[in-house]
Structures are given as structure tokens and as C-alpha cells.
Design a protein around this ligand. Structure first.
Ligand code: BTN
Length: 268
């Protein structure tokens, strides 16, 4: 099995891992999608096993989109978790991943990174990364959850397609620094381990409070596309499961579980 690819070192990540998440790292040079690979493996490995790839050939984003995954520069990883919680609480896993990434990236870079609902990692109005959580369920319980995390670390924006370049950024593009992916992955996994324990021991309320503290969405006028519907309104809060509570111009509120959200430029 490969243990080092450029600045990615499986052993170093394992040594830095303080808890369950990250004690077993599977490092791949390239793969279709770390999420697909992890889902195929999930029932045979321990809770907290992590698949990391230097590049992906068919990286997947939310809503069937492609996640551009060039080699040598970014983070593509999938964490296999077995939280034994009810399917209804599955959205908390994405909340947990967002909170963990923001803590880790703030500590590693000093940038004021935030979460944009539902699961974008942003700096200002530019996307730095995203989370794709996929669940396997049986009888209303989660058998396993794959937490897929993609972060633009050292990629030069010039090599990204133009439509992506307009909305995306990378850590290097924002600070001029070149970052060790090993260090950042270790930070993310240690944060995930901490919040995973909090979620299992105390439920989701601490996570939701932390998400509310770290987000860039609440208190703003937004436009949300959810399925075939488009809603304009005021992003009031998220509920105990991470659903967006949107106040419509009529004064009614609507809860939205998933969608594409745009923060409107004119807030008055
Ligand atoms: C999004 O914002 O649309 C979510 C992007 C998630 C990308 C990551 S990269 C690692 C993992 N493997 C995938 O195929 N997707 C996720």
C-alpha cells in the first residue's frame, strides 16, 4: 500500500490522529471517487477509517455535480463512520463535518473561513470546499455514513474551468502560502473525532449551536433552489436537525432540508 505521495503521508496522519478517526488511513494515488471507494469498503473496516486520494477521476459533488479533482494540490478524503443513529438525525453528520472543517481551516490558516448552508466551506463569497455525506441505512438506522470532504488547498485557480473559477478559491489563492495537506488533514480528522464524540455522547444541540456561530448564511436575504421550487426570503435559523428556517416575504416560515442557496448582494 502507498504511504507517501508528495506532501501526503498516511503514516504521519495516523501518528497525528488523537482519537478513533484517522487511526487507519488508506492513501490512493488516484481513484474514481473516494466516497464510492469508501462505501464499497465500509462494512469490512473499522469506524473512523479514512480514504485519501491525491486525485479523483470522477469526483462527485452535491446534486449530481462533478468535483474537479486535479493531482498534487487539494484534499479529497472520505471518512467511514458508523454512528448508530436514527436516519432522521443523518443531517447532523454534515453539520458535524462543516463545523470540524471550519475549526481546522481557521487554525491552520488564520483565515476567517465559514460554513454556507447547507455544506459549503467558504471564504467571503468564494467556495473553498464542500461536503458530500452519503448514508447506508436499514430499518431507519444508519449502518454507515461516508463523509466526503474536498478542500481547495494549493491549486492555482488558472487550471480550473472558468465557471468554477468564478465561484471558487483555494487557501493558497487567499494567503499566498503553500500548505501541507498532511497537516490540514490531521487537523480536520482530529476536529471530526472531537465533534463525533460530542454528537454520540450529547446529541446534536452543541453541534447546532456551533454551526450557528460559524456560519455565513443566517441573518441574510437569500434565494434557495430546492427541487423544482425557488424561494426568496430571510435565512432565520437552522433547526435541531440542520434544516434551514426561511422566513418568506409573506411572513410564513418554511423549513428546507436541502438545496442550492445564494446570498443576495443587496441586503436592504
Ligand atoms: C459539494 O460541495 O458539492 C460537495 C463536494 C464534495 C467533494 C468531495 S472530494 C472527496 C469526496 N469524494 C467525492 O467524490 N466527493 C467528495
Amino acid at each position: 500500500m502507498i504511504s507517501v505521495i508528495g506532501d501526503l503521508s498516511a503514516n504521519e496522519i495516523e501518528v497525528k490522529a488523537k482519537g478513533l478517526i484517522g487511526k487507519n488511513i488508506i492513501l490512493l494515488e488516484t481513484v474514481d471517487s473516494t466516497n464510492t471507494f469508501a462505501a464499497d469498503l465500509a462494512e469490512k473496516v473499522e469506524d473512523g477509517t479514512v480514504v485519501v486520494a491525491d486525485s479523483q477521476k470522477k469526483g462527485r459533488g452535491r446534486l449530481g455535480r462533478t468535483w474537479i479533482s486535479p493531482p498534487g494540490s487539494n484534499i479529497y478524503l472520505s471518512v467511514i463512520t458508523k454512528p448508530s443513529i436514527h436516519v432522521e438525525d443523518g443531517t447532523l453528520i454534515t453539520v458535524m463535518a462543516g463545523v470540524s472543517c471550519v475549526h481546522a481551516l481557521r487554525r491552520s490558516t488564520g483565515l476567517d473561513v465559514a460554513i454556507k448552508w447547507p455544506n459549503d466551506i467558504v471564504y467571503g463569497d468564494k467556495k473553498l470546499g464542500g461536503i458530500l455525506t452519503e448514508l447506508r441505512t436499514q430499518d431507519e438506522r444508519i449502518i454507515f455514513a461516508i463523509i466526503g470532504i474536498g478542500i481547495n488547498v494549493n491549486v492555482s485557480l488558472d487550471i480550473l474551468p472558468e465557471d468554477v473559477r468564478e465561484i471558487a478559491t483555494s487557501l493558497r489563492n487567499e494567503t499566498g502560502g503553500c500548505y501541507s495537506r498532511t497537516e490540514i488533514i490531521a487537523e480536520i480528522l482530529n476536529e471530526l473525532d472531537r465533534w463525533y464524540r460530542i454528537m454520540k455522547e450529547k446529541g446534536g444541540s452543541n453541534l447546532i449551536l456551533e454551526w450557528q456561530r460559524l456560519n455565513s448564511t443566517l441573518g441574510k436575504k437569500v434565494m434557495v433552489i430546492a427541487g423544482n421550487e425557488t424561494y426568496g426570503g430571510f435565512a432565520e435559523s437552522i433547526d435541531e436537525k440542520g434544516m434551514l428556517i426561511l422566513r418568506l416575504p409573506s411572513g410564513e416560515t418554511r423549513k428546507i432540508s436541502a438545496g442550492d442557496l445564494k446570498i443576495l448582494r443587496h441586503q436592504t
